[in-house]
Design a protein around this ligand. Sequence first.
Ligand SMILES: NC(=O)c1ccc[n+]([C@@H]2O[C@H](COP(=O)([O-])OP(=O)(O)OC[C@H]3O[C@@H](n4cnc5c(N)ncnc54)[C@H](O)[C@@H]3O)[C@@H](O)[C@H]2O)c1
Length: 315
Amino acid sequence: MNVFVAGGAGFIGSHLIDHLLAEGHTVLCADKLVMGGQNIEHLRDNSAFSFCETELAEQDAVDRIFAENKIDAVYHLAANSDIQKGGREPSIDFNDTLLTTRAILEGMRKADVKKLFFASTSAVYGEMPDTALTETTGGIMPVSYYGGAKLASEALISSYVSMCDMSAVIFRFPNVIGPRLTHGAVFDFIRKLRKNPAELEILGNGKQCKPYIYVLDLVDAIVKMTREFAAGENVYNISVMSDGTTVTHIAEIVVEELGLQNVAFRYTGGDRGWKGDVPRFEYDISKILATGWRPQYTSDEAVRQTVKDAVKAGM
Ligand SMILES: NC(=O)c1ccc[n+]([C@@H]2O[C@H](COP(=O)([O-])OP(=O)(O)OC[C@H]3O[C@@H](n4cnc5c(N)ncnc54)[C@H](O)[C@@H]3O)[C@@H](O)[C@H]2O)c1
């Protein structure tokens, strides 16, 4: 297929592109390079890959991409991934997370492109700590602008599936980690400990507990769903087989993997890292497991491997 990966220069998108190319697809990536272009640098000479630096919230720019390229399927990963930054300035989430979705759906409608894969998030559920969340859990109320923009995106996608006979696979990712990571607790802890190996500031009380999936497990699921594409609208929670891991335990793994000792943990206090953070959630992933997909890593293994990856990459 000829595929279009929106936000493909980012952490997850760039891994997805590597795997889509390995599957024999031709990939067009568009991105405004918020994080820089280093993740796709290695693809520069690959004749099956092309890149277009674009603001994907701009309808004209997106329409041009669809008009100038034959596209069979779209992977929409463009979004603001810095939830705290979006918390300080909601227009970032509005532009990068919601308006990109609107522009891409409109571009698809005008060009009659029918297949969409969408990177959604556990943040759409808001805070439901005592519920094993399934894809049909109702009454969901996001608590961050980011979660709100993703849920609004999902709602738009649903309407386009119905109105334009499109098909969409929506993945609600948990925390995703692995090589090329640029944000989140694992990344922050490594960075802080490189600056000060004696003390580590931990946001909240450290008891926040969430699942962490290794990026290659996640990409494996997306590629599998590409091979076995089903028409209509399909929503999947995607996560690890094990329970989540606490922020304090992440800190312990990072300290151990960096070979440090006697690091003092200093908690900023409160039950969450920042306003809009969801301190704990639990996913029911039976729907995606029924497809035959299995993740290789538990949360703890994913954290440990991510620290190893970061050290190997010179962080
Ligand atoms: N990383 C996670 O833990 C996680 C968890 C849940 C969902 N997700 C979702 O997965 C997707 C990928 O996340 P990631 O961690 O790779 O983030 P990332 O920030 O590394 O990648 C996102 C990419 O989108 C691009 N982008 C953002 N706004 C754009 C715009 N207006 N126009 C053009 N390009 C734009 C950025 O330049 C960046 O390269 C996002 O949609 C994110 O919301 C990520």
